[in-house]
Design a protein around this ligand. Structure first.
Ligand SMILES: Nc1nc2c(c(=O)[nH]1)N[C@H]1C(S)=C(S)[C@@H](COP(=O)(O)O)O[C@H]1N2
Ligand SMILES: [Mo]
Length: 431
C-alpha cells in the first residue's frame, strides 16, 4: 500500500479539477460547509426516523404480503405494533418525511457544492486510513443522492420502480445512515469549531464588497487562488433558503390540506378531482388497476372466512347489518393526505365476531383487483379491535364511488393509505 501511495504522490496531479488552483470560489470554506452541515445534522435524522416509522406502519411483521423486503432480518429489530390512532398519526409522520425530504434538496446540493474540491483530492489515497475515509464518503454521498433521488422519483412519477422502490429505499436508508453516523462522529468537532470561527449575524450583515475568503484550511476547501466574489455568503445562504422555501410552498399543501391544498403545485395528487362527497384524491383509479364496474356489479359478494363455514353477503345484506361512522383521513406513503372524510359501514371488529373469531390476530383483505401490488394486505389485531376501523360502504353520506373502492373498502385510523384496500371481496380472519 505505502509503496503505491509513495509512487502516486510523485505523480503530478492531472490537469483540471485535481489542480489546487482550479476551484476558485471565494466563499467556499469550512464555515459555509458547516452551516449546511448543521441543517442536515438536524434534518437527516428526522428523515431517517420518520422513514423507519413508515416501515413499521406497513406492519411488516405480518408476513410477506405487506412487506416485500426480502431478508430484512436484523434491520427490523425495532419494529413494533403500529397503533391504530391517533387518526392523524401517519398523516403527520409521512407528511413530515416527504415534505422535509423535498425541502432539504437545495441544502444537500449546496453541501455537495461546498465540498466538491474534496472529490478531486490528489493523491486519491494517502494510506489505508485515508482510503477508508474516502470510501465512507462515497457511501455517504452515494447514499444521499440515491435516497433523495429514489424518494422523489417515487412520489413524482408515481411508483416508478414497481414493487422494488420500497426495497431500494429501505436498504439505501441503512447504508446512508451508517455512513452518516460515521461522518458525524469523524467531523462533529471540526464542524463545531468551524461554526465558532465566524458569527452568523455578522455574515448576514456582510455584503458583497466586504466578502473575503475564509483563512486557508488544512482541508483544502478554501481556494488557494480565490476569484473576486460574485455573491456574498449571505447571498448563498439566501439562495439555498429561498430554494427550500419555494419547495416547501409548492409541496406542503398536499399534506396540510384545506385552503393550502391548491398551492401544492409539485404534488402528484394536488388536483382535487371533483366536487361532492367523493371529491377527494384518488390514488389508483379503478380503470388503472383493471377493476371494471362489472366486477363489482350485482354478482359481487363479500366473502367472510373465519372459524365457521364461509359466509357471503350482498351489499344490501351488509347495509342491513347496521352502520358505524368514523372521521378518518387517507394518508399516502407519497406524503399527500386528505382531510378527514366521514366514512361509514361495518366495524372490522363486528365482522371478526361474525366470522367466529372476535379475538382475531390478523385479517387478510383481498380485492377484486387482479393480483398485484396493493390487491391484498394483512391487518393486525389492534387494527381489527379499534372501533373506528371500518369496512366502509359510504363516504360523506354517499355510496363510495368506483374509484374510491365501491362496493366496500377498508379504512383504519393511522393506517398508511396503501393498506386501506379498495374493492374488497374477501376477508379472512385468523387467530
Ligand atoms: N385494491 C386496491 N386498494 C388500494 C390501492 C390499490 O391500488 N388497489 N391503492 C392504495 C393506496 S396506495 C392509497 S394511498 C389509497 C388511496 O385511496 P383513494 O384512492 O380512495 O384516495 O388506496 C389504497 N387502496
Ligand atoms: Mo398510497
Amino acid at each position: 500500500m505505502s509503496a503505491v501511495v509513495q509512487r502516486l504522490e510523485r505523480v503530478p496531479a492531472p490537469p483540471g479539477p485535481f489542480r489546487p488552483g482550479f476551484w476558485r470560489s471565494p466563499i467556499r470554506g469550512p464555515w459555509l460547509t458547516s452551516v449546511f452541515g448543521l441543517v442536515l445534522l438536524v434534518g437527516i435524522p428526522v428523515l431517517f426516523v420518520t422513514g423507519a416509522l413508515s416501515y413499521a406502519a406497513y406492519n411488516p411483521g405480518l408476513g410477506p404480503l405487506n412487506d416485500q423486503t426480502p431478508g430484512k432480518g436484523p434491520l427490523g429489530f425495532y419494529l413494533f405494533d403500529w397503533p391504530a390512532g391517533p387518526t392523524w398519526l401517519y398523516r403527520v409522520t409521512q407528511g413530515v418525511h416527504v415534505t422535509l425530504g423535498v425541502v432539504l434538496v437545495p441544502v444537500v446540493l449546496a453541501k455537495l457544492w461546498s465540498v466538491i474540491p474534496k472529490l478531486f483530492e490528489w493523491p486519491p489515497a494517502r494510506g489505508a486510513a485515508h482510503a477508508l475515509e474516502r470510501l465512507s464518503l462515497l457511501m455517504l454521498v452515494g447514499g444521499a443522492v440515491f435516497e433523495f433521488a429514489t424518494g422523489i422519483l417515487n412520489i413524482q412519477l408515481h411508483y416508478v420502480f414497481p414493487g422494488s422502490f420500497y426495497t431500494l429505499h429501505f436498504y439505501g436508508a441503512w447504508v446512508f445512515i451508517a455512513a452518516f453516523a460515521v461522518h458525524v462522529a469523524l467531523r462533529l468537532g471540526r464542524m463545531l469549531r468551524a461554526l465558532n470561527s465566524r458569527s452568523l449575524l455578522r455574515e448576514l450583515r456582510t455584503g458583497l464588497a466586504d466578502t473575503r475568503p475564509e483563512p486557508p484550511d488544512a482541508e483544502g476547501l478554501v481556494a488557494v487562488a480565490p476569484a473576486p466574489p460574485t455573491i456574498a455568503r449571505r447571498g448563498a445562504l439566501a439562495l439555498v433558503g429561498a430554494g427550500s422555501l419555494v419547495l416547501f410552498a409548492v409541496t406542503a399543501g398536499q399534506s396540510l390540506g384545506g385552503r393550502l391544498r391548491p398551492t401544492a403545485l409539485l404534488a402528484p395528487h394536488n388536483r382535487d378531482p371533483q366536487e361532492g362527497p367523493n371529491g377527494f384524491q384518488i390514488n389508483k383509479t379503478a380503470a388503472s388497476v383493471g377493476v371494471s364496474a362489472a366486477m363489482v356489479g350485482p354478482d359481487w359478494r363479500l366473502e367472510l372466512h373465519g372459524a365457521g363455514p364461509v359466509q357471503a353477503f350482498t351489499r344490501e345484506q351488509l347495509l342491513a347489518m347496521g352502520r358505524h361512522s368514523a372521521r378518518l383521513p387517507i394518508a399516502c406513503v407519497e406524503g399527500w393526505s386528505t382531510e378527514d372524510q366521514l366514512w361509514s359501514g361495518l366495524r372490522l371488529a363486528d365482522l371478526a365476531a361474525l366470522a367466529g373469531l372476535p379475538d382475531a390476530a390478523s385479517v387478510l383483505v383481498e380485492s377484486v383487483q387482479p393480483p398485484g401490488p396493493y390487491a391484498s394486505v394483512v391487518l393486525r389485531g389492534n387494527q381489527i379491535r379499534e372501533p373506528r376501523s371500518l369496512l366502509a360502504l359510504h363516504v360523506n353520506g354517499a355510496d363510495l364511488s368506483l374509484d374510491h373502492g365501491y362496493p366496500a373498502r377498508v379504512i383504519v385510523p393511522a393506517n398508511p393509505g396503501v393498506n386501506n384496500t379498495k374493492w374488497v371481496r374477501r376477508l379472512t380472519f385468523r387467530t
